[in-house]
Design a protein around this ligand. Structure first.
Ligand SMILES: [Zn+2]
Ligand SMILES: [Zn+2]
Length: 343
C-alpha cells in the first residue's frame, strides 16, 4: 500500500509498504479521508515526540476490510470512524476508567501508525459505526466534535453565559457553534495577525463579535467596555500562546472559568498569582474526547454543525507533503485540509 511517513522534522516521504496484518482484536480499514489536525502539525514540526518514520493522521473515516476473530460488532464494508487513541488497559489510570490519562497511551499518528495511508489497522474497541448517509467531510470531523464537546462540558456553561474564545483555529471555530448550541448569551472570538479570514468565518458561524488584536493595543479595554465590565464567564485559550492565557486571566469574570485547550510547552511569567485567590478563578485543561464519540456522532447527524466552511482544502494522498507545508506556513488561508487516501 501507499503510505506517507514522517522521516524527520518537516520532511515526509511517500512509500510502498505491506498492508498491516491484524490480530484477533483488530480491524483493518480502507481509509477514505483524513482531516489534518493541529496535533499532526505539531508532530510534523517536531514539537511532539513520535515513533520513527511514523504515519501521521488520527481524524478519519474508512470502510472495514477485515475483522479480527474476537471483534464482534463490525463486518466488512461497515462505514466507520475511529477514536484517536486508546489506553494500555493495565495502568493506574486505565484501571480507574480514565484512559485519556494513561501512562502508556497508544496514540494514532504518534506512538502507532496513523491513517495517512491507503489502509490502517486499529483495535475494534475504538471504532464507531456511522450512517452511510453521513458525508466523508462530516465523518472526519467526529474526533473534533468529541474533543470540543469535552471543552463545553468542562466549562460547565450556564444559559446566557458570556464566552470568549482566543484562537480562531479549526477547533476554535467548532467551539463557536457548540457554545451557541449550549446556550451561551454571547460568543466572541479573538484572533491575531493573519487571522482575518478565520474571524470572518467565525462571524458567519454565529460569533457575536470578533476582534483582531493586531494593531489594536486597547482591545481588552474596548472589549470589556462593549460587552460587560465584569468580564466573561468562560474564556477558552485555544491559541497555545502565553499571551492567550494571560488575556484570559485579564478578561475572566470573578468566579469565572478558563479552559486551556491550545497545546503548548511554554513556561509563563507575569501570571498575577493573587488574582486566582481574590477572584476565585478556575483554570482547567481539556484534552481529547474520551467517552463522547457517540454524542459527537449524534450531534453531526443532527445537521447543526457546519464543517463545509471549515474545510478549505482537499488533497490526494500523494499531495500530503504539500498539504503539511501549506499548513505549516499558513499559505492560501488554509484552515482545515482533508486528504483523500484512495482517490
Ligand atoms: Zn486531532
Ligand atoms: Zn493505561
Amino acid at each position: 500500500m501507499k503510505a506517507v511517513i514522517l522521516t524527520e522534522n518537516k520532511k515526509m516521504s511517500i512509500i510502498d509498504m505491506p498492508i498491516p496484518k491484524i490480530n484477533d482484536l483488530e480491524v483493518l480499514l480502507k481509509v477514505i479521508c483524513v482531516g489534518i489536525c493541529g496535533t499532526d502539525v505539531a508532530v510534523y514540526q517536531g514539537h511532539y515526540p513520535s515513533k520513527e518514520n511514523v504515519i501521521l493522521g488520527h481524524e478519519f473515516c474508512g470502510k472495514v476490510v477485515k475483522v479480527g476473530s474476537k471483534v464482534k460488532d463490525f463486518k466488512e464494508d461497515d462505514y466507520v470512524i475511529s477514536e484517536a487513541s486508546w489506553g494500555c488497559g493495565n495502568c493506574y489510570w486505565c484501571k480507574r476508567a480514565q484512559p485519556s490519562y494513561c501512562s502508556f497511551p497508544n496514540t494514532l499518528g504518534r506512538t502507532v501508525d496513523g491513517a495517512l495511508a491507503e489502509f490502517v489497522k486499529v483495535p475494534g474497541k475504538i471504532l464507531h459505526k456511522i450512517d452511510r448517509e453521513m458525508t466523508n467531510i462530516d465523518a472526519q470531523g467526529v474526533v473534533s466534535i468529541a474533543t470540543v464537546t469535552r471543552v463545553v462540558n468542562r466549562s460547565e456553561i450556564q444559559i446566557g453565559d458570556k464566552v470568549g474564545i482566543i484562537g480562531p483555529g479549526y477547533n476554535g471555530l467548532i467551539m463557536v457553534q457548540l457554545f451557541k448550541q449550549a446556550g451561551a448569551g454571547i460568543v466572541g472570538v479573538i484572533g491575531a495577525a493573519n487571522d482575518y479570514n478565520r474571524l470572518d468565518i467565525a462571524s458567519k458561524l454565529g460569533a457575536d463579535f470578533t476582534i483582531n488584536i493586531e494593531n489594536n493595543p486597547d482591545w481588552q479595554k474596548n472589549l470589556l467596555d462593549s460587552y460587560g465590565k465584569m468580564g466573561f464567564d468562560i474564556l477558552i485559550e485555544a491559541s497555545g500562546t502565553v499571551g492567550g492565557l494571560l488575556s484570559c486571566v485579564n478578561l475572566v469574570k470573578k468566579g469565572g472559568t478558563i479552559i486551556q485547550f491550545g497545546t503548548s510547552s511554554k513556561m509563563i511569567n507575569d501570571l498575577p498569582q493573587g488574582v486566582f485567590y481574590s477572584n476565585e478563578i478556575t483554570i482547567k485543561g481539556s484534552k481529547g474526547g474520551y467517552g463522547l464519540y457517540p454524542k459527537a456522532i449524534e450531534l453531526i447527524e443532527s445537521g447543526k454543525i457546519n464543517f463545509e466552511s471549515l474545510v478549505t482544502h482537499k488533497f490526494s494522498l500523494k499531495e500530503t507533503p504539500k498539504a503539511f507545508e501549506m499548513i505549516d506556513k499558513r499559505m492560501g488561508d488554509i484552515l482545515r485540509a482533508v486528504i483523500f487516501c484512495n482517490d
